[in-house]
Ligand binder design. Sequence first.
Ligand code: SAM
Length: 267
Amino acid sequence: MQKDYDKILFDHYQRVAKLNGLAGTCSMEDPYIRESETNFFLKEIDRFCAQNTGAPLTLLDVGCGNGYLLNRIRERFPEIKLLGLEFVPELFELALSRAITNCTLALGDARELSFFPSNVDLIVTERSVINVMNRQDQLLLLQNIASTLRPDGLYIQVESYREPLDLLNQARREMVITDEIEESGHNLYLSENIIAPMAQMGLVEVEATYPPNYLSTHFYVSRVFHKAVLPKGGKVKYSLFAEFFREALPAAVGNFSPILFRVFKKS
Ligand SMILES: C[S@@+](CC[C@H](N)C(=O)[O-])C[C@H]1O[C@@H](n2cnc3c(N)ncnc32)[C@H](O)[C@@H]1O
């Protein structure tokens, strides 16, 4: 059943679907962030596969968008049975058009358990829980993930959190950058206090292959350092300056990336 806040979501994704089609930029403009997210998912799936040989595994992307991530997973893991659930028809159609082998897609709402299959080995979300702009509904979605995973299955999560966003804005204020970075209109960021209820659902956080704050250096360099020294008329986005310092410095310094990489095991 659609909620009032879904209109913002539909308007946003119908627009980006039209503009980006099958491109990876459909849900993330920043190519470094997109590629890092994809690499994190692939690395976690790789680790899980190595520990779970035998019957073919199933993986569900909740909020699979235009199918970009599912396609990248298929390229690396030809045997995994893939499942995708998507709410926005225009994105669902794009994902379908990829004709990914051994992949079943459903058009439906992740807040409703009836759209979920059962006994899945791996579930991924890539900034889709934050699209649910109501705290109770976010919990419902997470509960659906918990109910769908088989025991010892993994929930691999790439979602944005409020606390690092506050720190990022504090760092910007230090450098007299006056405009705050805000959550975009179709998002409601999670908060660290979601971890305890998730554990009660049986989703217990475990150590991941990447540090959760993997993108922190990138966010500090591109959203604080670069902005602070940018000369009038200088290149604003995806500059060589930001690339240079991101490469020169170790990843995961500080807690300045709202996007966190986390892994939860179903107990
Ligand atoms: C950031 S995008 C995901 C990107 C996707 N993994 C990809 O490869 O492009 C988040 C997706 O979650 C979907 N979504 C948001 N709320 C949803 C819901 N209640 N049920 C199903 N999908 C939802 C959005 O429509 C959007 O496509």
